[in-house]
Design a binder for this molecule. Structure first.
Ligand code: ADP
Ligand code: ADP
Length: 223
């Protein structure tokens, strides 16, 4: 369970990007829906401990996220909106390298981790290809594979479906839903359909404030 209580963020130029946001996010896939400029990326970066809010409390399991960011990072998988380094190394070698950085030092453990993630994200047939040559859908699935190294219990995915064709989009969202059976997955998006079908819970953010939160069926039918 991830819990935000009274979280606000005011940027140096005075923009109030988050205004008293309180949210309870259980295990499963959670949709954060809102138009451009609503504050979604600010909220995602704040939970990912890349920025500190100007007010409020964030808890994940027994972690006080603002006071103990390093503890959260140990169990966080983050796919930022602008995940955009496409090196000319193969998907396998890149994941293997990232697993080393995550502290998986045993070659046997790394091999098991990398193989499992490549199969789970349907990238096994492409493991020897350079990431630079991947399609948009393949890049996003690779982004999820790297976010899953080390079995994080909190996964944050910021606007991941932009630019995907409908088939890739469905494949990607189904992959997230599968992952969300065991961990907290937060999907930020401005596309209603991304949350309507697959997220048991959702919230609508606009102008930095939570407008609605609950089950998509209840919320989306009413609008
Ligand atoms: P979203 O991800 O929903 O599009 P953002 O979190 O990117 O929303 O932005 C929320 C608001 O904060 C917008 O008004 C945006 O212009 C502003 N903003 C975002 N980043 C900064 C920043 N570094 N400095 C000042 N204002 C910012
Ligand atoms: P694009 O987005 O350019 O249409 P895709 O990402 O859908 O491309 O597919 C890229 C590659 O992934 C293709 O070579 C395709 O054959 C392959 N592919 C499609 N479905 C799967 C799958 N379920 N598992 C592994 N590879 C797949």
């Amino acid at each position: 369970m991830l819990e935000l209580i009274g979280v606000s963020h005011v940027y140096a130029n005075g923009t109030r990007a988050l205004d008293d946001v309180s949210l309870s996010i259980p295990t499963g896939m959670f949709g954060l829906l809102g138009p451009n400029g609503a504050g979604k990326s600010t909220l995602m970066r704040t939970v990912a401990t890349l920025q500190t809010p100007t007010a409020g409390t964030i808890r994940f399991e027994d972690i006080d996220v603002i006071a103990q960011p390093e503890r959260l990072r140990e169990t966080l998988g983050y796919l930022p909106q602008d995940f955009g380094v496409y090196p000319r190394v193969s998907a396998y070698d890149m994941l293997d390298h990232m697993a080393v950085l995550k502290g998986i030092v045993s070659a046997a453990d790394r091999r098991a981790t990398v193989e499992t993630l490549l199969v789970q994200t349907n990238l096994w047939p492409h493991r020897k290809k350079a990431i630079a040559g991947f399609s948009g859908g393949m890049r996003q699935r690779f982004g999820i594979a790297q976010a899953l190294i080390g079995n994080p219990r909190l996964i944050i995915v910021d606007e991941p479906t932009a630019g995907l064709d409908p088939e890739e989009r469905n494949r990607f969202l189904n992959l997230l839903a599968e992952i969300g059976e065991n961990v907290v997955v937060i999907l930020s998006t401005h596309i209603v359909e991304d949350v309507a079908d697959l997220c048991p819970r959702m919230a609508v953010l606009a102008a930095g404030r939570i407008q609605l939160q609950g089950a998509p069926l209840d919320l989306i039918d009413r609008t």
